[in-house]
Design a protein around this ligand. Sequence first.
Ligand code: ATP
Ligand code: MG
Length: 387
Amino acid sequence: MKTDIRFFNEVARIVNGALRLDVDKVRNYTAFLADKLESAGEQSAAERLRKLLAETDHQLRPAEVRFSKALPVDSESRFPLVEHVNLRGLQEPPINLLQSQWDVVNEFLSVAKSYGSFDTNDLSGALSFLMYGPPGTGKSRLARHIAEELGLDLYVARLDGLISSYLGSTAKNIRALFDFASKTPCVLFLDEFDAIAKIRSDGHELGELKRVVNSFLQNLDTLGRQSIVIAATNHETLLDAAVWRRFTYRVALKLPSREQRTQMWKDFIAPISFSERDLVVLADLSDGFSGSDIRETCARLKRRQLTSGKALHLSEAFMVLQNLSISGENDRCFASTLTNKEPAEIVHLLRERDQRLYSLAMLAELLGLSKATAHRLAKKEGENNGE
Ligand SMILES: Nc1ncnc2c1ncn2[C@@H]1O[C@H](COP(=O)(O)OP(=O)(O)OP(=O)(O)O)[C@@H](O)[C@H]1O
Ligand SMILES: [Mg+2]
C-alpha cells in the first residue's frame, strides 16, 4: 500500500510531539490533521480524531486545554507576542509581482509544500523566506498569500514589540515565540525584522547584542523542518550578514513599475472600470506611489462615489491623487508635484511630460475644462515656448 505522504508528515509530527511529551504539539497537530483529512473527504476519520481530542479535553484540566491554544506573551507586559491573522473569507485583489519575484516565491512554495517529506539529514532548521523593500510594497500581503497557499495559519510577530529594554527579557521572548511555533502548524511571520539589528544602536553592549542575535539564529535552526518562517524588513541594510545568510529564499520588493501600476489601478478600482487609456494616465500620474498608496487612493475614490452616487470621473481621481500626496512626506507621486498650480502650468507640465498621453482631449477631461479652453491653454503654452 502506498502511504499518503502528506498525511504521513502530520503523523510524524504528532509522534514527534508524543515522544517529547509535548501535549500541546500533539493536540495542535492532531487538530490540524483532522482538518486536512476533512478537506480530503475523509470525514469519518476526521471526526474520530476530533472525538479523541474532545475526550481528552475532559481529562485535562481546563487550564491545560486553554494553554495549548494560548499565544506566547511578553515576559513583562504579558502582551501577546504574536497575532493570529484571519485569512478566512479574505477576498483580496491579486498580488502584482515581477516574474523574477514570482519565480522566487513559487520556488519557495513548492519546496515548502514538499519540505516535510524530504529525507533529511542534510536539511535542518526551519524553511525561511525574507522579503525586503520600501513600505507598502506588498510584504504583508505576500505573507498572507504564502500562508493561504500552504493551507497554514498565519501568526505575525512584530519584532519591535518583542525586543525589550532588558535583553534578558528579549531572550525569553524569543524562546517563547519559537516554542510556540514549534508546536503549532503555522507560518510564523516576523515583521519589522530589522528591529533585531537595531538593538545595536540602543546603547547595548555589542556582546549582548550578539548573544540575542545568536539565540535568534539558534532558535531558527532548531525549529525543525516542519516550520515555515517568513521575515520582512524595510531596512535590509541593517541586517547582520549572518542573519541575512540564514534566509535561503529572499525577494526584494520594489515600488511598482508603470505596467504594474496600470494593472493595480484596474484591480483595485474594480468594480468601477476605467478605459485602458484612462488607466495608463492614472498609472502615470501615480508614478512614485507604492501598491499600498494606489490601494488607498482607490478606496477613497470608491467611498466618494458611493456617497455622491455619481459616476466616477477621471478629473476626480486626478484631484484626489494630488491631495492624497500632500498628506504625507512619503506618499509622493508625480501628481503631487502639480498640487496648487494654475491650470496653465499644469497643462504645460503634462504636455512636457508626454504629449501623446496628455492630448488636448485628455487635458480637458483631467482638469474639467472645455476642449476649447484646454486648446487655448496649450496653444498659449506653445507660443510661450516659441513654437
Ligand atoms: N505588489 C502588490 N500587489 C498587490 N497589492 C499590493 C502590492 N503592494 C501593495 N499592495 C496592496 O497594498 C496593501 C498594503 O501593502 P502591505 O501591507 O503588504 O505592504 P508592506 O510591504 O507590508 O508595508 P510595510 O513595510 O509598511 O509593512 C496590500 O494589502 C495590498 O492590497
Ligand atoms: Mg507589512
